[in-house]
Design a protein. Sequence first.
Length: 455
Amino acid sequence: MRDTIVALATPSGVGAIGVIRVSGEKSFEFSKKLLRIPGERSISFRHMYNGKLYSCNTDSVIDEVLYAFFKSPSSYTGEDVVEIFCHGSPVILNEAIQAFIALGARVARPGEFTERAYLNGKMDLLRAEAINDIIHAHTPLAKTLAMNQLLGRISDVINCIHAQILDLLSQLEAAIDHGDIEESFITPDEIRERLCVVIDKIQNLLKTTLSGKLIRNGIRAAIVGAPNVGKSSIMNALLQKDRVIVSDIPGTTRDVIEDELNIMGIPVKLVDTAGIRDSKDYLEQRGIERSRKAAEESDVCIVVMDASRSVNEWDEKLLSIVREKKNIYVLNKVDLEQKTTISKLKDLYGLDFYPVSAFRGSGIESIEKALKDYYFSLGYNPVFDVLIANARHESLLRKTLEYMNRALKALNDNYSEEFIASDVRRARLSIEEITGKTTDETILDRIFSQFCIGK
């Protein structure tokens, strides 16, 4: 980490302001040269100054800027850091970066500033990952979920579990090291109790993963139905824009179309699908195959039927296809003369349908409420609860749980402390990977490569 790195810390493109971030042991030296700050002049750290930024080895002014110096370790990365606030011209920002490169800095890799912050002990891996989640949060609840992680709520819970595992392991190892002493360091009942406490805590955390993932990634809601029931019209009404072509001709939608929706802070990924029916048209057949797959992969299906015609075999086939899914049932076109009614569908299938007219925009709010209710029916809220939303965290928690259950089985099968301690030791290593106490360099590269350059 001895390289001095530089990158644009604000989005690329034209803007009012662009921020250049420089970090490393030569960041002060390089910055003073380009800002023409005399070596004897004292600089107050964490204080904003006004000046001119010059090209390397010339008197050409790149821009009039504001800048601030941050002394190690009281900086974002834990290293000496300089932030320079330029006018947001891509030409100016590129010239500024090139000036630092000419002095010996290099362009930062994606996420390298945050990686250095982690490696320098400024934050654990959970908090580092949260920064990227905050940047990519599309809704207030997604932001809240990421902010809780950044503020250390998840770290506190994981560290508590880690401390309990470590305490148990130390007792087991003491018993192993002093097996010749008659006095017992820890009884089997005490071991069992401690194992069960940790197992219970991990299981409770894992129960939150679906809620966490849906807030982080969005509820995937596939709009399915027979041709010409108004699926695309419903999608347009939910999005409040003409996202999908609407036509009276069956088979107009021939591919899966996706868009995002924010319902009271809950991100929803809407998927409009081709109407499910028998077709000899090759393109339509492919669209129908993709519709089936979209329905299978969705978290929720919005099942649409047409009030202006009688129920047909394709409606019934569709209901059988999605029977095992979590569904929201919609009877569209209730503004027309009804040949199918809510009560008739209730009698036939025992299902509750929402009456909707996508054409008039009535009843759409009932679909929105049903999607919101589906999320909160899971029993968790990121405002109040600690949720696991990251697949890496979930995987490592499941590994930790597996090892703790193996340790419990070894205890119940009357194995010695050595066998129990072996599994508890593996559990400790798994939980430590979550916060980054022990993490492979390849895993770090994969995590931070998902960040934007400059963060």
